[in-house]
Every structure is written in C-alpha cells, then in structure tokens.
Design a protein around this ligand. Structure first.
Ligand SMILES: Cc1cc2nc3c(=O)[nH]c(=O)nc-3n(C[C@H](O)[C@H](O)[C@H](O)COP(=O)(O)OP(=O)(O)OC[C@H]3O[C@@H](n4cnc5c(N)ncnc54)[C@H](O)[C@@H]3O)c2cc1C
Length: 533
C-alpha cells in the first residue's frame, strides 16, 4: 500500500494538529482519551486505510440470495478484512450512551474518514439512537447494536422520493402486538448486512404527507425465524462501496412501532440530524485523507527544477486546503458541541435543540462543498497520476462526491435551514452567540463577518416565501463562511495565533472574494503544517 499512498502507515491522529486543537477546545475529557485516539489514529492510517481501498477496488460486498440448502438468505458476503474493521470499530457508537459525549464518537468517525465504512457505523448508531430515546423496550437490541453483534439501518427513501418523505407509499397495518409493513425502500444502505432497520411507513388511515408517517423497527428475521424482507439487488455505485446499498422489498413484514405513531416524522428528522453531523465529520475526514496524500506528494515531486512545494501557486493551493480544513472541522465540532448539549430534548424540542439543528444544516452543507473541492484539488495536485484509479488519491474524490447528496442535497439543507429560522427562530440563538463573539474580536475581518451575518439574515427576513427560497442557499453559504471566520478566531483565543491568520485568510477569500494575501506565501505554519521544515 505504501507504493500507492503517502498517507498509508501514518498515524492520522498524531499528525492532525487541527483535530487536536479543536478537540482540546470543545471536549473537556479530551486529555483522558488522548491515548485511545493515538492508537485509533494508527489503526485508521494503516488497517482502515488499506481496507477501504481494497474493498473499493477488489472486494465489493456481494449479495448472496440463497444458502447451500436453497433457503433465501439475502446476505452480503464481505471480505475478511472488511469484517475485521467493522468489528474493531463497532465501539465508536458507545460513548453517548455510556455517559460519554458525541465529541468522542465523531472524533473517531473523522479518523475513519471513508464515507462508506463510516456509514455502516452511523446507521447502526442511528438505530440504537431511536431505540434509546423512543423505544426502550428494545434495549436488548440496542446493546447488540452497540456491541457490534448486530447492524442497523435507516430506510426512508422510496423510488418516488428521497427528499420528499411525505411521498412515501409504505403502508402499515396493526397486527396484534406488532405491525405489518408493505413497502419498497429504494435506497437501503446496509442491505444484506442489517439485522434491524428503522423505517418509515404510513399507518393505515393516517393522514397524507410527512406528518402521517410513523417510524418502525424492522427485524431481518420475524418471530417465526423467517426472513422478514427481501433484498432485490445491490446498487452499482461510483463510490461508498464499503457500505452495501440496495433495494429492500417489504411484503407484510413484521415491524414494531417506535414511540408514538403521530410523532414518527419528528423522530425521523431527529435521526437525520445525527447522520447529517456524521456526514459533516465524514466529509472533513475524507478531505483530510486527500490532504495527507497531497502533503506527501508536494515534498517529493519536482517540476521546473524545484520541489512542488517551493512554487508559489502550489503554496497558494496548500493554503486553500489548510483554510478549508481548519474552518470545516471547527464548524463541524461547533455543531456537534451544540448537539451534545441538546440531544436529549424530545418533540416539540427546546430552543437549544433547534439551534443545534440550524448549525447542523450549516455544517452539513459547507463541509460537503469543502470536501468536494478539496479532494478534486488533491487529484489535480498529483497531476496525471491523480486521475488514475491505481493510486489512493482518486478514491477520495469519488468518496467525497456522495457527501453533498445523501442526508439531503444542498437545496434541502437550505430549505430546512429556512424552516429553523421561520418556524423555530433558531437564528436568534445564533445571533446571540456569534455577534458578541465577533464584536469582541474586533478586527477588520471580524467586522466583515459580523456584517455578513446581519445583512444576510435581515435580507432573508424581508423576502416573500418564494424569494426566500431562491436566496436560502446563498444565505446558508454566507452564514457558514462567517461562522467559520468566527470559530477560527475563537480557536486563536485559546492561545494559537495560527488560527487568527486562518480566520483572516478565510474571510479574505470566502467573504471578500479576494485572492489569499501574499504574506501567506512565506507562512509555512499555514500552508505547510505537517510538512517537515
Ligand atoms: C449511496 C447512497 C446511499 C443511500 N442510502 C440511503 C439509505 O440508507 N436510506 C435512505 O433512506 N436513503 C438513502 N439514500 C437516498 C438519499 O438519501 C437520497 O438520494 C437523497 O436524500 C435525495 O433524494 P432523491 O434521490 O429522491 O432526490 P430528489 O428528492 O428527487 O432530489 C433531486 C434534486 O432535487 C432537489 N430538490 C428536491 N426537492 C426540492 C425542493 N422542494 N426545492 C428545490 N430543490 C429540490 C434536491 O436537492 C436534488 O438536488 C442513499 C443514496 C445514495 C446515493
């Protein structure tokens, strides 16, 4: 593997100053977990890194529909290395349920980085989450999921609508102590692996639209020990191959109601908040893997008589990667911090929960963009080799391209963000936190960020509903950029002046839309963090 990758074999935690500083800033128990993170960083840089490449290129999950005796099984066959990584990482879902925090879970998710591998863990964690909060009668199943003895899944999308969940045609009929579901779940990640899925369906007679949907727990095997649903096929995907995604056919399948039927859409959207945070952290984890590949490349490749890293434009590109990486990671952990404090709230929720959701849309959307741009830039910085599937770097761009799509594309993030403003007034908590922070910093760039926040939100408030939708994505982006400037300044406050410079660079490029200032050309602490002096 070290012939095809510069990142392979390195400790992905020990090398990551941004991660360590951000965890130190947000997570009071960070020091107590540092040893574990160092060990996990070594595992992520070696076994996980090699396995995700191997699965992507040579060992995709294969659907086996029948066993030797002719019984229908619909199970996927995984390579032994794939199975081993899943077993060795199952524990990352445990901390929030054992008195720990979401920072812990997401720090480990970031180190995994690969969206496919992390997806299996995320959907298993989301299933445990739904049981933990709303169906404690299934706590034994939750324990199996958290131990890695069972896999979960979140099956909502149908062929006629992923964003538009209200278009679900899945139907549920009561049958004694359980329900019978008939549905065609068209994008079912974890297909063939899942032991318990959570899935949306409309109880017979319930109202149309999203509010009529209930959430159910769907076991792979029913009470009689028979296969409870079929997997029609696995999708042929351009990336995320380490998670099998397929089509699930439910035909009178046995299922159990989670919580109250009328609140199903709330539970579903709450569950989506968890996966959107995972998406944000996975996007930045993916981007960081590509960045590590680039740092190796620019120190070795020569062009026009000098190493790549000696050329001003290469330093400019490295600056761009460093700015996006620090900003995106800080934004993700800020949203995680707010979620960690608010996640126990239940419908109709608290203002702290709505604020966490507001920040989750901001983070999900922007980090997906950072990851897509950064991984494409990483390929370009490898020149022709970057385009070859033979080397590790190309893999990361293909992986990054899922992050803007699943868990809701950018338009959906913008519309949901708008909803947190119009219905929940979540922007008020945001203004209360960020305006004083930027005023206290007081630099020219902090003022620009503050003005951006005020003017963009004021403008949104002045628009008709149609116009507000038209502008929502732009405002979401502006808020994301101004937030990252503020958070980078906040990191500088804890004593690291590198982040003050990163804040200025971020504001210059993303808010003023000017080129990075040329003082950064000589600032190796910015563009060359991780490169030996
Ligand atoms: C690899 C992979 C794995 C997946 N795994 C799962 C899974 O396990 N479980 C699951 O439930 N789903 C899963 N999905 C589905 C995924 O979540 C959906 O594809 C995604 O949410 C988008 O839904 P859609 O495909 O129906 O697109 P659509 O909803 O048809 O959207 C198409 C486009 O229209 C835009 N759009 C939609 N509505 C509006 C509007 N009102 N205004 C403006 N623009 C709009 C969207 O932003 C998007 O760009 C998976 C998808 C992929 C690719």
């Amino acid at each position: 593997m070290n012939h095809i990758s510069y990142a392979y074999g390195q400790n992905h935690f020990a090398l990551d100053d941004d991660l360590q500083i951000i965890l130190q800033h947000y997570w009071p128990e960070f020091a107590a977990h540092k040893k574990e993170l160092i060990e996990f960083g070594a595992y992520a840089g070696r076994d996980i890194y090699e396995t995700v490449y191997h699965v992507d290129h040579d060992a995709r999950p294969i659907l086996m529909t029948h066993d030797l005796d002719g019984n229908r099984i619909d199970r996927v066959r995984l390579s032994p290395a794939h199975r081993a990584v899943l077993q060795n990482t199952a524990h990352i879902n445990r901390p929030p349920y054992e008195g720990g925090s979401w920072h812990h879970h997401f720090a480990l998710g970031y180190l995994i980085g690969d969206p496919g591998m992390y997806c299996i863990l995320t959907i298993t964690g989301q299933t445990a989450y739904a049981i933990h909060k709303y169906a404690p009668e299934f706590n034994q199943i939750k324990e199996q999921l958290l131990r890695g003895d069972a896999y979960g899944a979140t099956w909502m999308t149908e062929s006629q609508g992923g964003s538009d969940l209200g278009a679900n045609t899945a139907i549920a009929f009561p049958d004694g102590d359980h329900w019978r579901l008939t549905a065609d779940k068209y994008f079912a990640s974890g297909a063939g692996l899942t032991d318990y899925a959570i899935t949306t369906a409309r109880p017979h007679g319930a109202k149309a639209g999203p509010k009529g949907l209930a959430l159910f727990l769907l076991p792979r095997v029913n009470k009689e020990g028979q296969l409870n649903f079929h997997i029609r096929r696995l999708k042929d995907k351009s990336a995320t191959r380490s998670v099998p995604s397929g089509e699930a056919e439910l035909n009178q399948s046995e299922a159990y109601l989670i919580g109250e039927a009328e609140k199903g859409i709330y539970y579903t959207l709450e569950n989506l908040t968890v996966s959107r945070l995972a998406n944000a952290i996975g996007a930045m984890g993916t981007a960081r893997k590509a960045h590590l590949e680039v740092l190796g490349r620019v120190q070795r490749r020569q062009a026009f008589g000098s190493l790549l890293l000696e050329h001003p434009l290469i330093r400019r590109d490295l600056t761009d990667l460093a700015v996006r990486l620090a900003g995106g990671l800080a934004l993700s952990f800020h949203a995680i911090e707010k979620f960690d404090k608010a996640w126990e709230a239940r419908p109709p929720y608290t203002s702290a929960y709505h604020y966490a959701r507001f920040l989750t849309h901001v983070a999900k959307n922007k980090t997906a963009n950072h990851a897509s741009v950064m991984t494409a830039m990483a390929m370009e910085l490898f020149g022709g080799l970057g385009f070859l599937e033979e080397y590790a770097v190309a893999h990361w761009h293909r992986e990054a391209l899922i992050t803007p799509i699943w868990e809701g594309p950018s338009n959906i993030q913008a519309l949901d963000f708008l909803e947190t403003i119009n219905k929940q007034r979540a922007h008020e908590s945001y203004l209360t936190e960020f305006i004083p922070l930027l005023e206290q910093v007081g630099t020219r760039h902090a003022k620009i960020a503050k003005e951006t926040i005020e003017s963009s939100l004021q403008k949104l408030a002045s628009l008709s509903p149609q116009q507000a939708q038209w502008h929502a994505k732009h405002v979401l982006d502006q808020i994301a950029d101004a937030t990252q400037v503020a958070l980078l300044y906040a990191l500088a406050h804890s004593g690291n002046t590198r982040y003050e410079k990163l804040a200025e660079l971020y504001a210059t490029h993303f808010i003023l839309h000017e080129e990075y200032p040329d003082w950064a050309l000589q600032d190796q602490a910015i563009w060359g963090a991780g490169i030996d002096a």
